[in-house]
Design a protein around this ligand. Sequence first.
Ligand code: GLA
Length: 399
Amino acid sequence: MTQATDAAAAARALFTALSDHPPAGLWSAPGRVNLIGEHTDYNDGFVLPFAIDHRTYAVVGIRDDDRIRVASTLAEAPVDVPLDVLDRLFPSVGSPVVAQWAAYPLGVAWALRQAATAGGRTTPATGVDIAIASDVPVGAGLSSSAAIEGAVASALNDVWGRGLDPVALARIGRRAENEAVGAPTGIMDQMASMLGRPDAAILIDCRSLHTEVVDLGLDAADLVLVVIDTRVSHAHATGGYRDRREACERGAAAMGVAALRDLTVDDLARAERAMDATTFRRVRHIVTEDQRVLDTVRTLREQGPTAIGPLLDASHASMRDDFEISTPELDMAVEAARAAGAIGARMTGGGFGGAAIALTPRDRVDEVELAVASTFDEAGFAPAHVFTVVPSDGARRDE
Ligand code: GLA
């Protein structure tokens, strides 16, 4: 039995314990790994993430009253609120009024109700029971939150008959994350979770939300994506993530553009004169990273995955030196992986902890794992969790 099947079974069992109503179905959405394009999403730029083979499952049943009840295998007790109370609970940035985990599914339900109202639809939302289980590692920078949002948004979209498309559901997920949870994130994670495809990454233009499927061809090249979860925790609702976002806004304002997406590497000399040195380095990361995403797509299409290593390495250096969101553990993980045979490696996700990825020839995966274990041990770091991920399907109805 695979891990994924275990999470689906756990969601079914939890639903049976939660509800007297028959289940209407089972929906799931994956976590994601970002291949390249970090912190570019909220700058209206480009990202190239893929959905992974770790998913969150939601079993949903329709109730005959107007309550929404949500249970998670990670929580002690279900949360139970009348549907119309959602509109008083949210937005709630900075003052969470429900348990943090419940703000994700309840925030999705709230945002979906709001979107439906804005669209002029009148179908009333019925009460629902929702049981959630997941095998997406939490806190590793693999978007366990977007996986919850994607699974719940897909389920409620179906049972409430909203008929929204995957991009609209990604927007619903981001709204929940921004306004119900209070994390000022971009839309990459929700888009990747909704739109992922097997053996492909998704190029997302975060301004237009136009997407292109970009084949990775990993199997044919005998390459594997190794994730090194440093288990150093990160939280995006506060601290460094928000600070970096503000620096980007300052940089765009100093250059007189709507977003850093509007600059190219040719503008950097002028940018250096227009702002303080720290803000400039933040800007340089975003502008060069946007270019690296486009270069990666071109390289994948023209030469295949074996040729993108230097772009991954350059992305990591830019995050370490210019954007300053790496950690000693992440730097060590990428260096150890490269020394053991990875053809490229970088931290992935928001930074300040979480995971690195290493694009690795299949026959070097064991060496990478051993190298990470021994260097972490020598440095006195807590052991990293090393595993492989397979680019997989986005959100879907399973039953
Ligand atoms: C987190 C956010 C995303 C994105 C990345 C950094 O994962 O949720 O929106 O900004 O960080 O690329």
